[in-house]
Design a binder for this molecule. Structure first.
Ligand code: HAS
Length: 571
């Protein structure tokens, strides 16, 4: 049902590697999601101790953020690239490099997770100093990133070979999307590599006593904002390439898709200072410049909103709709066979609200109201834990069925789950956002203080919102469990769809959409000009910021833990 006209043979080695890249992060995701549930219960003061993290709220929060936002997303992006690039180019993946990258990512993730679990890396997912982690945590994260670089390096020779053989042909849109994702990832992660290798690692090894907190934060956000597009763009690949076909239609404009991806290359990096509007040391004019670029980076998403809506309208009309809005009622919202559609449509709907929240954050004056309040996790759950997570879950289920040659089990449940999760997500995010507007802080164990009626800090007017986060969080957790049932039932099921080859390989199909308007746009054919413009904008926007930060007269900082007001070395 969800297939295109052609299938492509993946080798046995590719099949197993990609299955591992999908299954292991799913287990880690579950542990991370459990951590998320504990967050809401802790914050509401409903539990005092989670045995898994020894009652340490900040350790639980680090575990939740790192596993869900960094590990799960990176694994899925690589697995999707490993599947979509060879499929679209009809080229075979170099198995040795692919396995080397997978092993690096796995080892790195496990090492980082172990240090978090033993309490040696309670630094939250942003790991900015003065919170200090064990060197092993930084090494683990480095391996994860290097492994993902290696995976993308593996696709380049296939692409170059394809271009030689297909002169004058447009690169398949899915490949443009995946390459865009990894170009952004590569440029952005150079900054965090500098931060880790030259600042955090020597500092945590005790080779230097103090660290420049402002410089580390700046390097982190150079990486941190494009990181959100590294999460978002694999979802965009699925919206542009798979969704119109699954919905029964075509992509409205192929050119719009290409333009969107190129705009992300240009604008997704010179914006990081919008996370530092409230930080000292950086001049207001440079914050404004990053603010302007932030509004520019919202444009490709606005183009996406119109392009995908037009594609869905076309699908609805093809499915028999009449009238101005009749098409809205003719989409396969709850169709067992088209279960993948549920993940994509719910995510898009959520992103309307996540995107509006992002534009609010980007406005300096409004940022002064919401910064460091619960509003911000409200925003990012409507983005990374909404459209991104749902598209990645749907994509994981689709891919695992294809790689293991298994019919998806419990399709009805799989199609229904995104709606349950979405309801929970809206309730939780509403609680976080309105609580945030009332001053409720983020990253604070409210349960131990503000939500505890015995505490002098008790804040009665936050209670309804804290309680909403609990209700929403529980529903989201139920939603994830509802997803894991079809996922693991499919993995463990017997039988085969008959796509296995005699040599142990497997024939894979993707629902690749045709385009309604297949415009020719030669200026969108090559990544190079866009990478060059991106580099120019990065230099223009970051040189003054780094200069300001280096000129600032602050002393470096000793290492701290979030659980103690005393520097670690004085304990
Ligand atoms: Fe953000 C903070 C600004 C998008 C994630 N963001 C965060 C943090 C995270 C995050 C994790 O300017 C917290 C970091 C931390 O820990 O401190 N964000 C933006 C802007 C956008 C944006 C302008 N963010 C994202 C995405 C994320 C993400 C995407 C993850 C994947 N964000 C900020 C700012 C902050 C921030 C400030 C700092 C706050 C502070 O003070 O700390 C834009 O890219 C958003 C553009 C999106 C749109 C929406 C388009 C809508 C679409 C749906 C169409 C629907 C259809 C369906 C077609 C304009 C595409 C129709 C429906 C039917 C039923 C038919």
């Amino acid at each position: 049902m969800l297939t295109n006209d052609y299938s492509f043979r993946f080798s046995r080695s590719s099949k197993y590697l990609n299955s591992v890249l999908l299954i292991i992060p799913m287990v880690l995701l579950f542990i991370g999601v459990y951590g998320g549930l504990m967050q809401t219960l802790f914050r509401a003061g409903m539990i005092q101790s989670d045995p898994f993290v020894g009652g340490d709220y900040y350790k639980g929060l680090t575990f939740h953020g790192v596993l869900n936002a960094i590990v799960f997303t990176t694994f899925f992006a690589v697995a999707l690239g490993n599947a979509v690039v060879p499929y679209s180019l009809k080229k075979t993946l170099n198995g040795k490099i692919a396995w080397a990258s997978g092993i690096l990512m796995l080892v790195g993730s496990v090492v980082a997770a172990v240090y978090i679990l033993i309490g040696e890396a309670t630094v939250l997912y942003t790991f900015y100093p003065p919170l200090q982690a064990h060197p092993g945590f930084y090494v683990g994260l480095t391996l994860l990133v290097v492994g993902s670089w290696l995976a993308s390096y593996n696709w380049v020779p296939m692409y170059l070979e394809w271009r030689k053989e297909n002169r004058g042909k447009k690169t398949p849109l899915a490949v443009v999307g995946i390459f865009t994702t990894f170009i952004i990832w590569f440029i952005a992660s150079l900054a965090v590599a500098v931060e880790i290798l030259f600042m955090l690692l020597p500092w945590s090894l005790g080779l230097v006593d103090e660290v420049n907190v402002m410089l580390a934060r700046t390097l982190f956000w150079f990486f941190g904002h494009p990181l959100v597009y590294f999460w978002l763009l694999p979802a965009y690949v699925m919206y542009y390439v798979f969704m119109p076909k699954i919905g029964g239609g075509k992509l409205y404009s192929d050119m719009a898709g290409r333009l969107v991806f190129m705009m992300f290359i240009v604008f997704s990096i010179p914006v990081g200072t919008h996370h530092q509007y409230m930080d000292p040391a950086i001049g207001a004019q440079w914050k404004m410049l990053h603010g302007i670029f932030t509004f520019a980076v919202a444009l490709p998403s606005l183009i996406t909103a119109f392009t995908i809506a037009a594609s869905l309208e076309y699908a609805g009309r093809r499915n028999g709709a009449t009238g101005l809005f009749g098409w809205l009622g003719k989409l396969p919202y709850l169709n067992r066979e088209k279960w993948f559609f549920s993940y994509l449509i719910t995510g898009l709907f959520i992103f309307i609200f996540g995107g509006i929240g992002g534009i609010i954050n980007a406005s300096y004056q409004m940022n002064t109201v919401v910064h460091n309040t619960a509003w911000v996790p409200g925003h990012f759950h409507l983005t990374v834990a909404g459209p991104v997570l749902l598209a990645f879950l749907g994509g994981s289920l689709y891919l695992i069925g294809q790689f293991l040659s298994k019919e998806i089990r419990f399709k009805g449940l799989a199609a229904f789950m995104p709606y349950v999760y979405t309801i929970g997500l809206f309730i939780m995010s509403y609680g976080l956002k309105i609580g945030g507007l009332k001053g409720m802080p983020r990253r604070t164990n409210t349960g131990a203080s503000y939500a505890n009626p015995d505490s002098v800090l008790f804040q009665a007017d936050w209670m309804p919102y804290i309680n909403m986060t609990v209700v929403g969080g529980v529903i989201m957790f139920v939603g994830i469990v509802m997803f894991l049932v079809p996922f693991f039932a499919t993995v463990l099921s017997r039988g085969s769809t008959g796509t296995e080859a005699d040599d142990g390989g497997v024939d894979i199909k993707f629902p690749i959409s045709e385009s309604l308007h297949d415009e020719e746009a030669k200026w969108l054919r090559n990544f190079k000009p866009y990478i060059i413009i991106a580099i120019i904008l990065i230099v223009l926007s970051y040189t003054p910021v780094i200069y300001d930060v280096l000129q600032a007269t602050y002393d470096g900082s000793l290492p701290y833990s979030p659980n103690s007001p005393v520097p670690l070395r004085e304990q």
